[in-house]
Design a protein around this ligand. Structure first.
Ligand SMILES: Nc1nc2c(ncn2[C@@H]2O[C@H](COP(=O)(O)OP(=O)(O)OP(=O)(O)O)[C@@H](O)[C@H]2O)c(=O)[nH]1
Ligand SMILES: [Mg+2]
Length: 364
């Protein structure tokens, strides 16, 4: 059997050289489905076999990653917005590992990760590209950082895409109901219009034989494949162009805008727009505020605890003190996440904005 990388390469080449038209679109759709399936296998294998890769656990605070070509100023940005000190250098690849820092903004905390620079071909493992990019699957926000000399974003976007990361996109609105018989039925809602024959063929490539597939948006075959694959990461991204103090900045900035990308102009050297960057980071991530109440209701403060949307009681415990997790008995919650006031919940209960919580712990 041919090697999986070779097979992926062969399919990519074939898709690339096949001219897209009405007559070939089904052929291309099926090739893309085959490609997605092989990429999934490769990705799963590399996750199992990995060990040399960077591993970032989802923490209680939202995680933000600085991604971009070498020497654009990623480490300088980390140093400017957090308490961390990452090495800054005039040469490419100054940063060789992941350097974390904590950014505080108003009553919120964010974990910012400075990553090694990535170059074209990162997905094939150039530099430590694949490892760097795989980290991004678990972050809440990606800061795609550029400068006036290195602002070709296409390769960065394509590396992300190949890794299964979808930037500033929502998951495709579709659902699959598997059945025992009846073949594949593509069903749409409202005014949604898709090529049913093509979608059926693509679904068959994924080994689906009998199923009702309901599509709730006008959907490209690519997004349909994403939905079938099911392991894509949908992550928000902001673009930054650093070094606005340089004379080359203006033209580069305008060029990028012409490509439909509106980067945040920044100068770390001249300390320009640093507060604005922090504000944009904070407002890009959905956060919730919850209030803790002591069991005796006497020493209540009304300082909220600010956490990432989707946090659980366990995350709350971690945010206060690890003791709370170790000695946890139960929690009582009043608010939107529960049906009635003071409802008892466990560690995996998902809290919502405005909830009031009392945590009971074992004595001693
Ligand atoms: N003119 C100018 N230079 C900057 C600015 N910010 C950073 N630099 C310089 O750019 C060079 C690279 O900065 P780093 O922060 O090390 O860049 P990096 O993106 O972390 O680089 P790698 O770790 O190699 O990927 C250094 O010489 C910095 O002093 C800026 O706002 N303006
Ligand atoms: Mg660096």
């Amino acid at each position: 059997m041919p090697n999986i990388d070779d097979e992926i390469k062969r399919l990519e080449d074939e898709i690339h050289k096949t001219q897209y038209n009405k007559a070939t679109e089904h052929h291309i759709g099926r090739l893309k489905a085959k490609l997605a399936k092989l990429e999934k296998v490769r990705e799963e294998r590399s996750r199992k076999g990995g060990g040399t890769g960077f591993f970032i656990k989802k923490g209680i605070y939202p995680t933000v990653a600085l991604l971009g070509p070498p020497s654009v100023g990623k480490s300088s940005i980390l140093n400017a917005i957090t308490n961390a000190e990452s090495r800054v250098g005039e040469f490419d690849f100054t940063t060789l590992t992941i350097v974390p820092g904590v950014m505080e903004y108003k009553d919120m905390k964010f974990r910012i990760l400075d990553l090694p620079g990535i170059i074209e071909g990162a997905n094939e493992g150039k530099g430590r590209g694949r490892e760097v990019i795989s980290v991004l699957r678990n972050v809440d926000l990606i800061l795609i950082t550029l400068d006036p000399f290195k602002y070709s974003v296409n390769y960065i976007l394509s590396e992300l895409y190949k890794t299964g990361i979808r930037i500033n996109e929502r998951p495709p609105k579709m659902s699959i109901v598997h059945k025992d018989r009846g073949g594949i039925n593509i069903m749409t809602t409202g005014k949604v219009n898709v090529d049913e024959e093509l979608f059926s063929a693509v679904a068959r490539e994924f080994g689906i034989v009998n199923a009702d597939i309901i599509i709730r948006e006008d959907m490209s075959p690519e997004r349909f494949i994403d939905g079938l694959t099911g392991n894509r990461s949908y992550i928000k991204a902001l673009f930054i162009m650093n070094k606005s103090d340089l004379p080359e900045f203006k033209e580069a900035y305008e060029n990028l805008k012409k490509q439909g990308i509106d980067p945040i102009p920044l100068s770390i050297s001249k300390k320009k727009n640093i507060e604005m960057l922090k504000e944009k980071i904070a407002s890009s991530i959905k956060m919730i505020k919850i209030y803790l109440e002591a069991p005796d209701k006497e020493e209540n403060n009304n300082e909220p605890l600010v956490l990432r949307d989707g946090s659980t009681v366990e995350d709350v415990c971690r945010a206060i003190h690890n003791d709370f997790l170790e000695k946890f008995k139960f929690a009582q919650v009043t608010g939107k996440s529960v049906k009635f006031p003071n409802q008892r919940v466990g560690l995996d209960h998902v809290i919502e904005n405005g909830d009031r919580l009392t945590i009971y712990i074992k004595k001693g």
